[in-house]
Ligand binder design. Structure first.
Ligand SMILES: [Zn+2]
Length: 474
């Protein structure tokens, strides 16, 4: 198929930071000999600012920092801002396509800087790098913390004009013959009649079992696989945010654990392998303006990158690419609220509020949602937010990934400066509750001296939540 140049060239060269390395002898990928294995890792929905934030929090370089080679520009055929679907499609196929498209060519309407695509490319399925790897007889794998049918993994394994067609995407994923699939989305394998979400009545587990796949649903079963094809579905829908996982579903594996096992299984193939790993929920944390969710998922991703790099170092024939697809949520370390204080921001003062956060906005919203009143918000922040075992636990832990271990007591008192920063409508300084950063965190005095925090899940939810809390003097 003849393609016009703008569509056939790798189109993505300059917005997110990209890192690439082939550890043949420690030389950068562009100068190294041909790789046998390729591991692509994508932190969905984040850009340089999120990496900077995570780096401060980690207190050390991110895993890929030593191997940064450039940046990528990710505008799509019909919009300045990329959706995950066309962005991942471009990563997977080299073709710049249209909004919501999953590895099919773009439609005819393009932004002014993008030429109209040739007719024979429009809506046409375009081969992905994973399919190319299969043609080379390499083993293949996908790992995600979302449903594996979500936009980014979908673009490597399926072809459809809408990322919403997850029934079709799962069917294609199953029929791709991928060797290792780890993530969420179990319900998309099961028909509606059996409490799944398939509308075609098919039970795709029948196919998988017929083809000899090992089916696993928790960390223990996953760790017990040592060869062969494995389909790991660790949640009916998405897996938990990393910050909530140890409390909600501790038997769900981490992204790093899934990555390590996927590499172990795939590396048995003498022909090599292709593996795509997505830190799926970094994007959602940024949509929700939720810094703790962002940190925990981005640092969990960082650990997965470390696993890939560690393997590549040992193996010597593995190309590792780590990149992101677009910014999300306008995340920024400074904004109008820091106009006056930015010249005096000290590291610990900057990081402390985030160390105290112990649940994602997703979990908090689940708890608050049935009864959106001020009393409910107070009850949730006082009771559900801090469990006895987890009390103040995150304060001194170096990262949010993994179960909390440190138990040092955290104190959170309404300091004069915190009070001064409260918006006028917020509770008076004598209130037992202080809110240093509206929408971002609540910090609450408690008899034990522990702290709790709450982040609102979205601007609309924040609005509802604010309205509820403003109706009552705390
Ligand atoms: Zn994305």
């Amino acid at each position: 198929m003849r393609l016009t140049r703008p569509f056939r060239k790798w189109p993505l060269l300059v917005l997110g930071i990209a890192a690439a390395v082939l550890f043949t002898s420690g030389i950068p990928a562009h100068a190294a000999p041909k790789a046998k294995n390729v591991i692509v890792l994508i932190a969905d929905g984040c850009s340089a600012e999120q990496y900077t934030f995570a780096r401060w929090f980690k207190g050390a370089p991110l895993s890929f920092d030593p191997y940064r080679v450039g940046a990528i520009q990710t505008y799509i055929a019909d919009s300045v801002i990329a959706d995950s679907a066309p962005a991942a499609s471009a990563f997977a196929t080299g073709v710049r396509t249209s909004d919501k498209f999953i590895s099919v060519g773009p439609h005819a309407e393009t932004i002014s800087t993008v030429p109209v695509p040739p007719e024979d490319l429009r809506y046409r399925p375009v081969a992905t790098v994973l399919e190319g790897a299969r043609l080379l007889k390499k083993s293949t794998g996908i790992v995600a913390t979302s449903r594996v049918t979500h936009a980014t993994p979908a673009a490597y394994v399926a072809h459809t004009i809408s990322r919403s067609n997850e029934n079709d995407i799962m069917e294609q994923a199953v029929h791709q013959g991928i060797d290792v699939v780890f993530g969420g989305g179990r319900r998309l394998l099961i028909p509606k009649e059996s409490k799944g979400q398939r509308v075609d009545g098919e039970n795709l587990y029948d196919h998988l079992k017929g083809w000899g796949y090992q089916i696993v649903e928790n960390r223990g079963d996953m760790e017990n696989t040592h060869s062969g094809r494995v389909f790991g579905m660790f949640a009916p829908s998405h897996m938990d945010p990393e910050i909530d996982r140890p409390r909600l579903h501790p038997d769900q594996p981490t992204l790093a654990e899934m990555t390590r096992k996927a590499i172990e299984l795939l590396a048995r193939d003498p022909d090599g392998f292709f593996l795509m790993v997505e830190g799926s929920q970094v994007d959602w944390a940024c949509h929700a303006n939720d810094p703790a969710y962002l940190l925990s998922d981005l640092l969990a991703y960082d650990q997965a990158v470390a696993v890939a790099l560690e393997f590549a170092r040992r193996d010597g024939r593995t190309l590792v690419l780590a990149m992101s697809d677009h910014n999300t949520g306008g995340f920024s370390i400074g904004n109008h609220a820091s106009n006056k204080i930015y010249p005096q921001m000290k590291v610990e003062a900057f990081l402390d509020p985030f160390r105290k956060m112990q649940a994602s906005s997703v979990r908090m919203w689940d708890l608050i949602n049935p009864d959106q009143t001020a009393d409910r918000v107070k009850t949730v922040t006082r009771t559900a937010r801090i469990t006895p075992s987890a009390r103040c636990s995150a304060r001194n832990t170096p990262t949010w990934a993994g179960p909390p271990t440190a138990t040092a007591a955290a104190t959170c008192r309404c300091t004069p400066s915190a009070r001064a920063s409260l918006p006028a409508f917020w509770p008076p300084p004598t209130s037992p509750v202080c809110v240093p950063m509206p929408w971002v965190s609540i910090c609450k005095n408690s008899p034990s001296g522990c702290s709790s925090t709450l982040r609102a899940p979205s601007p609309m939810a924040a609005l509802r939540w604010t309205r509820a809390t403003r109706q009552t003097r705390w």
